[in-house]
Design a protein around this ligand. Structure first.
Ligand code: GTP
Length: 334
């Protein structure tokens, strides 16, 4: 099986972290997001992946110079300008010369969805496209996908208001497409797969879906980026991962509770870190509090400062001693 993985977005909701690092290269506990995504594909039987790149594409190439990652071989398709989700699929399919069915995956989804069974169901039904569905409590942020009892998609409602959401089953960002699909996507403008392509294929009765109860999270927002990591250290997806990296330093009288402390980070005595992510090389000084927040690489939280309420402190930024940062991003407005 071959796959296209979409990794070209700007990741604006995760700024300021994405100002320096593209979203899929941000670490989740101990390795970049993209490595989890590719490992899931490899487990499902994918051997070749084309990364649909745009924003900061050079950082992907630099990270995987021998074009192998997560057990799959990589090729790169770099858009001259962002073409949106469907435009990117067309561009990557052309670049890779895909002329058989292929998988498409949003590069910011961490999931245990079985892509092999999605692939098999796609070929059983003879669909033009087959989407994996996942169930969420609040469907208003997603593409909501009502189906008949066999799984044929009846419509595609992108980000409906709560009263208009016909079901809680939403587009999981994992698809199988027939090779004819890219050919019907305009090549000269931005095209959204969710807003244009899927509604059109559904209207022709060519769109099918497979419901999955497997683990699924879209890490595109600060709170889901944190949650995905807490799930891994809590053991929600299998054996619990180590929360504190081997070369991080947590002082004896520091309180680190349900948090990730990455390589080279340090938490001083009397500091408290709760439900948070302390990224590589960040320093949490004596008596500081970090609660439900993200401290970026090389950032510093000064003595007695408090960072709370899903705040993000960007790369190498500092919070002065004693300062309170609640529900904010540093630098501000980033
Ligand atoms: P936000 O700016 O925070 O909305 O993030 P985003 O830019 O990543 O957009 P979104 O989360 O909606 O994108 C879903 C997936 O498609 C992500 O994996 C993106 O990297 C990818 N993506 C979005 N737009 C493009 C594009 O124009 N080109 C390519 N190659 N990928 C894209």
């Amino acid at each position: 099986m071959k796959a296209v993985v979409l990794v070209g977005g700007f990741g604006t909701r995760l700024r300021p972290l994405t100002a320096t690092t593209p979203k899929q290269m941000l670490p989740v506990v101990d390795r970049p997001i993209i490595e989890y995504v590719l490992s899931t594909l490899e487990r499902g039987g994918v051997s070749e992946v084309t990364l649909a790149l745009g924003y900061k594409e050079d950082l992907f190439r630099a990270a995987y110079p021998d074009a192998v990652c997560g057990g799959v071989s990589l090729s790169y398709a770099v858009e001259p300008e962002p073409l949106d989700t469907a435009g990117a699929v067309r561009f990557a399919a052309d670049a890779a010369g895909l002329d058989e069915s292929f998988l498409v995956v949003n590069g910011d989804v961490l999931t245990d969805i079985d892509v092999r069974s999605l692939w098999e169901r796609h070929h059983e039904t003879g669909a033009q496209a087959t989407i994996a569905l996942t169930r969420v409590d609040d469907p208003t942020r997603f593409g909501v996908v009502p189906t008949d009892s066999q799984g044929r998609v009846l419509g595609f409602v992108e980000k409906p208001c709560r009263e208009e959401a016909p079901t809680n089953w939403v587009n999981a960002g994992v698809y199988v497409l027939e090779p004819e699909i890219p050919g019907r996507i305009a090549g000269d403008r931005r095209v959204s797969i969710e807003r244009e392509v899927f509604p059109a294929v559904a209207a022709e009765n060519g769109l099918w879906a497979v419901k999955s109860e497997a683990y699924w999270i879209d890490i595109g927002t600060p709170s889901t980026y944190v949650q995905a990591q807490l799930d891994l250290i809590d053991g929600v997806r299998g054996a619990a991962m180590a929360a504190v990296a081997a070369d991080a330093h947590v002082a004896e009288h520091a309180g680190v509770d349900r948090s990730v402390v990455m390589d080279g980070a340090s938490v001083a005595a009397g500091a408290v870190v709760r439900d948070s992510i302390i990224m590589q090389g960040a320093l949490i000084d004596e008596g500081a509090l970090v609660d439900g927040s993200i401290i970026g690489p090389g950032a510093r939280v000064g003595t007695g400062a408090k960072v709370t309420g899903m705040s993000i402190v960007g790369d190498r930024m500092s919070v002065e001693p004693g300062r309170l940062v609640d529900g904010s991003k540093i630098p501000m407005g980033d």
